[in-house]
Design a protein around this ligand. Structure first.
Ligand code: IMP
Length: 179
């Protein structure tokens, strides 16, 4: 079946691999004397988390949350609930929240707010992509893979209508027709 759009390679699997290793080294240094809880946001961060933790050189725990926007207007509503809660305890833990992409910043802000209610020792944000164009809210991204100015990206966990997450490289969609 014809793809409904053209796509343009943005970050190859090798470029991603190199950057993920650098992030893992940095986090391992920063958390050398601690055992962080790596909290991945499903589904988009699944490959990023699994590659990141396997490059880390410190003891750590892994858990996942799933967050869904509700209210009017999809992700831009800014109200998020956990449709999958963390299962490991958050209280007193050094949490590193791992996201695929930060766009407006609303989702990550809501997730952070909900996590902080659970009294972690600290929460830092690690995002593979920091997409700047539509940022509505201040977000501190402590560990950032790549910054992009704009565009809609797919691959390496990023989806378009739940498709294309499995692509090993990251592409920008080049719009075609009425997409
Ligand atoms: P935000 O609340 O606007 O920051 O939206 C963040 C969420 O929107 C991400 O976790 C993704 O699920 C989705 N998203 C935003 N931009 C993209 C993109 O370029 N590709 C795929 N998903 C995206």
């Amino acid at each position: 079946m014809d793809s409904p759009f053209e796509k343009e390679l943005l970050f190859s699997r090798m470029v991603i691999e190199t950057r993920v290793k650098e992030l893992a080294e940095q986090i391992s240094k920063d958390y050398a004397d601690r055992e962080p809880l790596i909290l991945g946001v499903l589904n988009g961060a699944v490959f990023f988390v699994s590659d990141l933790v396997r490059e880390m050189s410190i003891p750590l725990k892994i858990d996942f949350i799933r967050a869904a926007s509700y209210g009017s207007g999809g992700s831009s509503s800014g109200f998020v609930k956990f449709t999958k809660d963390p299962e490991l305890p958050i209280r007193g833990k050094a949490v590193i929240l791992v996201e695929d992409i930060v766009d407006t910043g609303l989702t990550i802000n809501q997730i952070l707010r909900k996590l902080r209610e659970r009294a972690p020792e600290s929460v830092k944000v690690c995002a593979l992509i920091d997409k700047l164009e539509r940022r509505d809210m201040d977000v501190v991204i402590d560990y950032c893979g790549f910054q992009v100015k704009k565009g809609f990206l797919i691959g390496y966990g990023l989806d378009y209508n739940e498709q294309y997450r499995y692509l090993p490289d990251i592409y920008a969609i080049v719009k075609r027709g009425d997409l």
